[in-house]
Design a protein around this ligand. Sequence first.
Ligand SMILES: Cc1cc2nc3c(=O)[nH]c(=O)nc-3n(C[C@H](O)[C@H](O)[C@H](O)COP(=O)(O)OP(=O)(O)OC[C@H]3O[C@@H](n4cnc5c(N)ncnc54)[C@H](O)[C@@H]3O)c2cc1C
Length: 401
Amino acid sequence: MKPKKYSPAHKSNKMAELVCSNSLKSDSPEKAAGILKNEMKELGSLILEAAYESKVSAGGALAVDREKFSEYITNKIKNNKLIEICNDEVTELPWSTKNQIIVVATGPLTSDSLSKNIEEKVGKRSLAFYDSISPIILYESIDKDQSFRASRYEDGPGDYINCPMNKDEYENFIGELIKSEKINFHDFEKVQYFEGCLPIEVMASRGIDTLRFGPMKPVGLIDPKTNKRPYAVIQLRKENQTESMWNIVGFQTKMKIQEQKRVFSMIPALKNAEFLRFGSIHKNTYLSSPDILNKFLQFRKNKNIFFAGQITGVEGYTESAAMGIIAGINASRLHAGINLIDFPKNTALGTLLNYISINDKTNFQPMNINLGLFNIEKPKKNIHKIIEDSKSEISKIINLI
Ligand SMILES: Cc1cc2nc3c(=O)[nH]c(=O)nc-3n(C[C@H](O)[C@H](O)[C@H](O)COP(=O)(O)OP(=O)(O)OC[C@H]3O[C@@H](n4cnc5c(N)ncnc54)[C@H](O)[C@@H]3O)c2cc1C
């Protein structure tokens, strides 16, 4: 819809505008983000082609000159004779799509009129408008000597990993939470917090014991090491069935990423924690995808409509572009009347699709690509095996298309 109409964050009249950071994250072939990039490169990603053309040095990350990046993509699209560009706001999800195939990629700041119309067509609870996200930790990085498995008030093996703290540890932790640097909201993101979902630093600032009577309450938990109830407890809950990923219960936060690393490492069991996702609270329009999209990114109720980009429930520039590749390939195959591509779970593209289309949770929340999504079995699946599988599966897909 640019340049006729701008979202509150978009400013440039060019396409593929990076509204915040200029980094597309790690380019290392041994990181989840790097594995995803390799798959996208193999499949001919225009976004990555533009990123390498406009690359600026940034250590192991793929960072770009955002002006050159946008310009490259805008020129490629403008010069493609098969593409007709119409700069207009779409206010209704086209429904009678008998002879049309549609890809909706209106992003985390989808305009209000279209959001409203999607809700009307798809159902009241089909869209979410804010992420309130707790950090996720890699299982292997949790100190098992400083934590114990238990469910509150229950005997048996327990569903939670509990990270106990004594009085001094707790009080120091609260002090650092309050002092920590936070991310400022953009004006359009200013929200009235729900009392049931406050950032932990806001709770901490309300009084020294607020968290001990909230997400850090120790009641119903006995530490087997001391046979006593700890002074305070941080609980980790399973994020996936293979138990490779654990989220910190109730720890949505506006702390800056470096501050999250620093302050959360004061929790003894999380001293060396590897974060698969950091906590956040921000404006983000996304579908409750597991109920709405299938594994081809088609809308379940109308197979001629595909969704792509961040609105599908992934998080990040690269992940959003990855969903574009999948929707694009499958939309063109549907048009050609040939079978759609089912991206296998041992590819980065497939793990993301699996997460957004068949995630079994009722409270679906967006996700970055990370190693915990690769169905890591115990003992931990070797990174080289993950890379090998990804390469061989993607080359099979390339042969197919
Ligand atoms: C404020 C903000 C900051 C972010 N910062 C980062 C970051 O630093 N790093 C990162 O990895 N990710 C970031 N993200 C998340 C996400 O990766 C990016 O938003 C990414 O650009 C999403 O890509 P997309 O193609 O899905 O949507 P977008 O890039 O937003 O593209 C969607 C386009 O659709 C247009 N549009 C919206 N509604 C309509 C309509 N009704 N009709 C026609 N056109 C419409 C929009 O104007 C926009 O041009 C950020 C998100 C937000 C909201």
